[in-house]
Design a protein around this ligand. Structure first.
Ligand code: KG4
Ligand code: ZN
Length: 352
């Protein structure tokens, strides 16, 4: 494997294909940089395919990745004005996600690594989301990170070395799933989050209030809200008011846990990441929380870095590259997040 000893910035080509978005990014940085900068990013959504089914169909997602991946490569390389031969590392999401979808991006990155004799780095999708904030801002640990996406809702305390301690997680549906399933019950489009947010803007959130969610510790639960919504749509309802009330109930629950976590930790900053972090009402609630809890600051990436994208995988891969934490070409994918290997794989880099 060729690992050049050079002070020029290294370029990482990163692939994200864990669910239904195909994405390729090129990021660049030196050993002295804390985080890399994005040279190019392409994202191809599959919403047009899955909206006909009201949710992601795994086999169709895999087939679409096969179609979309090469155009994404082409777009990214053209945007960066670079070729595959100019890449120093190939990286891809290896977990968690849909196995068929993960395999496509992961195998492509491994093949390129083999062909160009460059290191391969397998990344964790949730770590990518957590690190996505560093594409644009620099929160100071210790801080809280709320990951709210279509598949995950978890709260972390991020320490000085960026190690994330999970404080709580959803016991059933994820926050994005609550938006998607709610939107489906209300007859709105797919993906449900942005559609429900649009409809909620036109309604009064206090007309059809939901009961507050009760769940232990810093965990979340959204399935009760969804069941309550399913009962209400069977009777007469005002669409916009019900959307506004349902969205408020989801956000109330997220905010209650965030407030409790702020009381229980020394964190004075909050980071929101994942698809739901692009919700403007949630962002407004964070702004209010800032004055209420006297936060130093709160952060959320731009919407294009909130939803699934390969730039965040580029950041995760860059940090691993700095630690010389490379992956074997035999590395498999996994539907769940596995703990990092105890042994950092210094490989030949350390001996070079
Ligand atoms: O992070 P992401 O792209 O994929 C996963 O890792 O799951 O998140 C997608 C989720 C979907 O559930 C989508 O409905 C939700 O994020 N979402 C939103 C908004 N934009 C996307 N939810 C609420 N409001 C939004 N504006
Ligand atoms: Zn995601």
């Amino acid at each position: 494997m060729q690992i050049e000893k050079t002070i020029r910035p290294i370029r990482i080509l990163a692939i994200e294909s864990s669910c239904d978005d195909t994405s390729v990014a090129i990021v660049e940085g030196t050993m002295d940089d804390a985080f890399p900068k994005v040279l190019a990013l392409a994202v191809q959504s599959q919403n047009e395919i899955h909206k006909n089914y009201g949710g992601v169909v795994p086999e169709l997602a895999s087939r679409e990745h096969l179609k979309n991946l090469l155009p994404c490569f082409k777009k990214t390389l053209e945007e960066a004005n670079l070729g595959l031969k100019d890449m120093d590392v190939f990286a891809a999401t290896g977990q968690p996600g849909l196995i068929g979808s993960l395999l496509i991006g992961h195998s492509s990155a491994k093949t390129l690594s083999f062909l160009y004799d460059k290191p391969f780095i397998s990344c964790d999708h949730l770590e990518g989301h957590r690190l996505s904030v560093y594409l644009e801002s620099f929160p100071r640990p210790p801080y809280l990170t709320l990951v709210v996406s279509g598949g995950h809702s978890s709260l972390y305390l991020v320490q000085k070395d960026l190690r994330a301690k999970r404080l709580g997680l959803t016991l059933d549906d994820a926050a994005g799933e609550a938006f998607d399933k709610g939107a489906k019950l209300l007859g709105l489009g797919f993906p449900g989050g942005p559609e429900l947010e649009k409809a909620a803007r036109l309604g009064n959130p206090n007309v059809e209030p939901f009961n507050a969610v009760k769940v232990t510790g810093l965990n979340f639960s959204f399935s009760g809200l969804k069941s309550e919504l399913a009962r209400r749509v069977k009777k007469d309802f005002h669409l916009y008011d019900l959307c506004a009330s349902y969205q408020k109930a989801i956000l109330d629950h997220l905010m209650a846990k965030l407030k409790r976590a702020l009381e229980e930790t020394k964190a004075r900053e909050v980071v929101l990441v994942g698809g739901v972090a692009s919700n403007q009402s949630l962002r407004d609630r964070l702004e209010s929380l800032k004055s209420e809890k006297k936060l130093n600051q709160w952060y959320a990436p731009s919407p294009r870095y909130c939803t699934d994208n390969a730039a965040m995988i580029g950041v995760a891969a860059f940090l691993k590259w700095k630690q010389k934490e490379f992956s074997e070409l035999t590395q498999d994918v996994s539907s769940t997040s596995r703990p990092r290997p105890k042994e950092m794989r210094a490989l030949k880099f350390a001996q070079a």
